[in-house]
Design a protein around this ligand. Structure first.
Ligand code: MRU
Length: 336
C-alpha cells in the first residue's frame, strides 16, 4: 500500500503531494515546525492525513523539548477547515496531560493514530461498498483517497471495497480546480490500483450526471456539522445539487473524527481562503490578466438536504442527521 505518512527514526516522512503525479518524492520533517509548514503548503493534505500529521507533529515537538502550548498552537494555525487537525492535536493533548508529556508514549500514540486511520478507512469501505450500484460509474470530487488519509481512503475506500467485492464499476474523477487534486492525485491513485478511471473537468459533472450513467457520487469531508451539513473541497456543493436534480444518490464518506458536533450547522464552519495565484496561474503559468481580483475559497458547504447518506466506520447515517450522527458518535468503534 502507498505510504502517505510514516514515523521513522529520522523524522516524519511524507510523500510530497504537490509534486505528484510527475514525481514521487518523499520529504522528511525533523521538527514540528517542518510538519506545520508541510500542512500549510499542502505537501500533505486531506482531512484525515492532516489529523495524523498534526499528531506526529505534536510528538516531534515533545521529542524536541519545545514548549507544548507553542507546538499545539503552531500546528493548529496551519489550516482552519478540516476538523481532524484539531482532533489530532486534542488527542495528543489528552495523552500529554495523562503522561506528563512522556515522549515515548507520545510517539507511540501518534503511530497508533496512523494505524487506526487505515483501519477506520477500511471499515468505511466495508460499510459503503453495498451502496455502490454494480455496473455503473461513480463520480468523485477532489481526492479522498489513500493520499488524503494514512492509507486506503474514505470515498476511494468505498470504491476500492466495492471493486474488491467484485462490482464492475468505473470512476469519473473531477479535476478539481484550482489545486487539481482530482487530476493529479485521484486519477494517479486509481490508475495505480488498476481501477478504471476517466478524468473530467469540473464543468462536465452536470452533463454526466444528467446522462444516466452515473450510479452514485461519493466524496469525502473536511468537517461535518451536527445537522449533517458537509464542508468539503470547493465544487462539492455544485455536484451535490446536480446529483439531486438528476436523482443520483450523493454519499459522503468520512471518519467519526470529521464530525464536529459542537457546531450546529455548516454556517459555522470556517472556510479557508487560499492564495489568488492558485486561480490566476496553472503550474506557474499565468492564465488570467495581471492584477485581476480573485476569490479562492478552498471549501464549500453542502446543506444536509442534498446528502443521501454519510458513511462512517461505525455505520451509515441518514436523515434526520442530528440524531443519527449523535448515535454514531457515541457508539463503540468497530474499526479500531
Ligand atoms: O485542500 P485539501 O486537498 O486538503 O482538501 C481535501 C478535501 O477536500 C477532501 O475531500 C477531504 O479532506 C476528505 S479526504 C478523505
Amino acid at each position: 500500500m502507498l505510504e502517505t505518512i510514516v514515523w521513522t527514526d529520522d523524522g516524519v516522512v511524507m510523500i510530497d503531494q504537490r509534486r505528484l503525479p510527475r514525481e514521487e518524492i518523499f520529504v522528511t520533517c525533523r521538527t514540528y515546525e517542518d510538519v506545520a509548514e508541510a500542512i500549510r503548503n499542502m505537501t500533505i493534505r486531506g482531512a484525515p492525513a492532516i489529523g495524523v500529521a498534526a499528531a506526529m507533529g505534536v510528538a516531534l515537538g515533545v521529542q524536541q523539548g519545545a514548549d507544548f502550548e507553542k507546538v499545539c498552537s503552531t500546528l493548529a494555525a496551519t489550516r482552519p477547515t478540516a476538523v481532524n487537525l484539531f482532533w489530532g492535536i486534542e488527542r495528543m493533548r489528552r495523552l500529554h496531560a495523562a503522561t506528563s508529556g512522556d515522549p515515548g508514549r507520545m510517539i507511540e500514540e501518534a503511530k497508533q493514530i496512523r494505524l487506526e486511520d487505515i483501519a477506520v478507512c477500511e471499515a468505511i469501505g466495508r460499510n459503503g461498498a453495498d451502496l455502490v450500484p454494480d455496473g455503473k460509474t461513480v463520480l468523485t470530487h477532489c481526492n479522498a483517497g489513500a493520499l488524503a488519509t494514512a492509507g486506503y481512503g474514505t470515498a476511494l475506500g468505498v470504491i476500492r471495497a466495492a471493486v474488491s467485492a467484485g462490482k464492475k464499476i468505473d470512476v469519473y474523477a473531477d479535476e478539481t480546480r484550482p489545486f487539481l487534486q482530482g487530476a493529479r492525485l485521484t486519477a494517479w491513485e486509481l490508475q495505480h490500483d488498476g481501477i478504471p478511471v476517466k478524468l473530467i473537468t469540473d464543468n462536465m459533472a452536470g452533463h454526466f450526471l444528467h446522462s444516466g450513467k452515473i450510479g452514485c457520487v461519493v466524496v469525502g469531508a473536511d468537517r461535518i456539522a451536527a445537522n449533517g451539513d458537509v464542508a468539503n473541497k470547493i465544487g462539492t456543493y455544485s455536484v451535490a445539487v446536480l446529483a439531486k436534480e438528476n436523482n443520483v444518490p450523493f454519499y459522503v464518506a468520512a471518519p467519526i473524527s470529521t464530525l464536529d458536533l459542537k457546531i450546529a450547522t455548516g454556517q459555522q464552519i470556517p472556510i479557508e481562503q487560499r492564495a489568488p495565484e492558485e486561480v490566476t496561474h496553472v503550474f506557474g503559468v499565468p492564465v488570467a490578466p495581471e492584477n485581476i481580483a480573485v476569490e479562492n475559497p478552498a471549501f464549500d458547504v453542502t446543506p444536509n438536504r442534498y446528502v443521501t447518506a454519510i458513511i462512517t466506520e461505525r455505520g451509515v447515517a441518514r436523515a434526520p442527521y442530528e440524531e443519527a450522527l449523535r448515535k454514531l458518535a457515541s457508539a463503540a468503534s468497530s474499526a479500531a
